[in-house]
Design a protein around this ligand. Structure first.
Ligand code: WT7
Length: 654
């Protein structure tokens, strides 16, 4: 076992796991030859390849006239085609040869306190139609934006699908975000309606969502209607004329609602994500291409069969939840497990208990979670029967080979393939991942592009890098699930993704490709930190710190962290003669959590008399990163001289 964990450097990684022939034979892509045919087909004509998938995996009311209209950076897929996402996720499983799915579980849900619900496709269809009618009655029209700020409950999926049914555009705000974050996103999206809940459960505590919404509206979120789901049952004030209970509205709603016939390029959702400037970007995804991409990748990368019970642990508030808890799964008529709460409530066995209880066959989670499970120890896992599992997946950040091997051995009992899936909020769906049963895996590598996706690694001049040469990860051809823009900011869209290399999508990630053509993603090259699989911009946390009255200036950097991948460290210089001590550090950490949300709470706040800067006034984060990582001489974090000394040294250097 010792040597199994010895090799940590991915450059030296030699372990390779060929697909098990028995597994391959039963797979949707049954082995290497079938995979090569897919690759060939895509290379010959990627447009026709995607059109075939759009026909096979999506139902259309009206066929498209043109597969792709590509005027960089503007892409339109399946131009002239008409479809509806809720129709694809629901109605078509209730009619024709698939009518038997009416009583198949669409969602198996477990609340943190232990309550359980199963919604069949028939149930889900009925609830979605009713809520679509509720939205219509509230005056929501095609194209209107609706904010969803909810716990991980079936009603969140119901609200999403109800929006898509009538052509409203949802924008989900993760339930851990603060009132300010809600206000900014709501106003940027120009939404008039928020759907929320009284609260949700997290580690035995109530997360008071409705209070946050009230605070956001008091703080200037320009909405005039709030629909409130009763989840936790605690008292919440309801403002007459503005706030309405979900259950009251649903009581008289009709269960009949025709799906709107929407243009393939009709906006489906806006999801906010961090960029390298302080302001979150509203990533826009549209209908037909997105659905084709997530339905196709769900099917082949998770090798979905009718009998599977699939569980992705991501919150629906992130892109992973949109694409691979809800849309990709339901479009395939699959059974998706949802769990509301924390992995360690009431204890560290919860996840394994859930896998055992529902006989989960496919499990998809994040490296940060796997490292946490490793820390908690294999004993918790061993108490449960995980023999139902047949496929494992990871997403969100590079996975270190040690965690990969642990996942394979302890969770997968050395018999489940692992799909390490690389993608982004912007890409809509998975772009680089092994296809299980067909592609050999190697710990730490996301392996090969999904057929039909054309990534490359290039240097500053845009030339392809050689084997094992590090460079920028780019995508050279358009793909169906690609973002169509940043809401309200076409200039930023162009600048951020399409200006570094002309007409080629820039991911913001650094990567290398080995001699086998396998991709090794190394992480972000911009001022974005990947904390526990989620993107945070250094600028965003900095502006939250500076908004505290005692802070004059702030610089934020990431520090390598065993569990979270990256820990957030803030350096602050203070106003006037304010003194720095542990309680102020704590106050500043909480301040950031209040401003942005607990995800952004710095792990550490340090004092700096002055921040090290270049002569042009740019903060030298590179230097601070060294200090944060403990690569400085003493352990004394409150000495100021180090910084100025280091800074002046570096200044002379530049
Ligand atoms: C960034 C995107 C994709 C849904 C979750 C995060 C990093 C994501 C991997 C992976 C190495 C990965 C990248 C990417 N990332 N998956 N398998 N291996 N890095 O979505 O918040 O949009 O973040 O996460 O740096 O650019 P996101």
């Amino acid at each position: 076992m010792a040597d199994e964990f010895a090799i940590e450097s991915s450059l030296k990684e030699k372990r390779r796991f060929e697909p098990d022939p028995k597994w391959s034979r039963a797979a949707l892509v049954p082995g290497k030859a079938a995979y090569r045919r897919m690759v060939k087909e895509a290379e010959k004509d990627f447009r026709r390849y995607w059109a075939r998938h759009a026909k096979e995996n999506v139902s259309w009311f009206t066929p498209w006239k043109k597969i792709l209209d590509w005027k960089p950076p503007r892409a339109r897929w399946f131009v002239g085609g008409k479809t509806n996402v809720s129709y694809n996720c629901l109605d078509r499983h209730l009619e024709g040869e698939n009518a038997w799915r009416k009583n198949k579980a669409a969602i198996i849900w477990e609340g943190e306190p232990g309550d359980r619900r199963v919604l069949t496709y028939g149930d889900l269809h009925r609830e979605v139609c009713k809520f679509a009618n509720v939205l219509k009655d509230r005056g929501v029209k095609k194209g209107d934006r609706v904010i969803l700020y909810m716990p991980l409950v079936p009603e969140l999926a119901i609200a999403m699908l109800a929006c898509t049914r009538i052509g409203a555009v949802h924008s989900i705000i993760f339930g851990g975000f603060s009132a300010d974050a809600i206000r900014d996103r709501t106003n940027d999206a120009e939404a008039r309606v928020i759907v929320t809940a009284d609260g949700g459960w997290r580690r035995g505590q109530i997360v008071r969502l409705k209070d946050m919404v009230d605070e956001a509206i008091d703080g200037g979120a320009a909405v005039n209607q709030v629909i409130v789901l009763q989840r936790t049952g605690h008292d919440v004030p309801m403002k007459a004329g503005r706030d309405l209970w979900w259950h009251d509205l649903m009581a008289d709603a009709s269960p009949v609602c025709k799906p709107a016939k929407l243009d393939s390029e009709h906006p489906l959702f806006i999801l906010y994500t961090s960029g390298s400037t302080g302001k979150p970007k509203g990533i826009l995804h549209t209908t037909g291409g997105y659905l084709t991409h997530v339905a196709t990748t769900s099917k082949y990368i998770f090798d979905l069969k009718e009998t599977d019970t699939y569980w992705c642990t991501a919150d629906i508030g992130w892109i992973t939840g949109h694409s691979y808890v809800v849309y990709g799964m339901l479009a395939n008529g699959a059974t998706s497990v949802m769990y509301e709460g924390a992995p360690n409530w009431p204890d560290e066995e919860r996840f394994w208990q859930i896998i055992d209880r529902y006989r989960v066959t496919i499990f998809y989670t994040a490296p940060t979670a796997i490292r946490t499970f490793m820390k908690w120890g294999a004993d918790h896992v061993k108490k449960y029967d995980l023999s139902s599992l047949r496929l494992l997946g990871t997403v969100g950040e590079p996975i270190n080979p040690e965690a990969w091997m642990w996942y394979r051995r302890v969770i997968g009992h050395n018999r489940c393939p692992i799909v390490d899936t690389w993608w982004q909020t912007e890409t809509g769906g998975i772009l680089i991942s092994p296809v299980p049963g067909a592609v050999a895996t190697t710990p730490g590598s996301a392996t090969l592009p999904f057929p039909g996706i054309f990534p490359d690694i290039v240097n500053e001049q845009g030339e392809s890098c050689g084997p094992d040469e590090g460079g920028y990860l780019v995508i050279k051809k358009p793909w169906p699930g690609m973002l169509r823009g940043i809401h309200g900011d076409p200039e930023r869209f162009r600048e951020q993704y399409w200006s570094k290399f002309d007409g080629i999508y820039f991911t913001g990630d650094g990567a290398r490709r080995d001699r086998n053509g396998y991709f090794w993603v190394m992480g972000r090259v911009d001022d974005v930190m990947n904390v526990a699989g989620h993107r945070l911009s250094t600028m965003e946390v900095e502006s939250a710190l500076v908004s505290h009255p005692k802070v004059a200036e702030a610089a934020v950097v990431g520090r390598p962290d065993e569990i979270k991948g990256t820990a957030v460290v803030g350096f602050v210089s203070l106003e006037g003669d304010v003194a720095f001590d542990a309680s102020l550090a704590e106050e500043l950490r909480s301040h950031v959590a209040r401003e942005i949300g607990p995800v952004a709470r710095p792990d550490e706040v340090r004092i700096a008399a002055a921040l090290p800067k270049t002569r042009s006034g740019k903060i030298m984060r590179r230097l601070l990163r060294d200090v944060a990582a403990g690569r400085e001489t003493t352990g004394d974090t409150t000495t100021l001289e180090d910084f100025s000394v280091l800074a002046s040294l570096r200044q002379d250097e530049e």
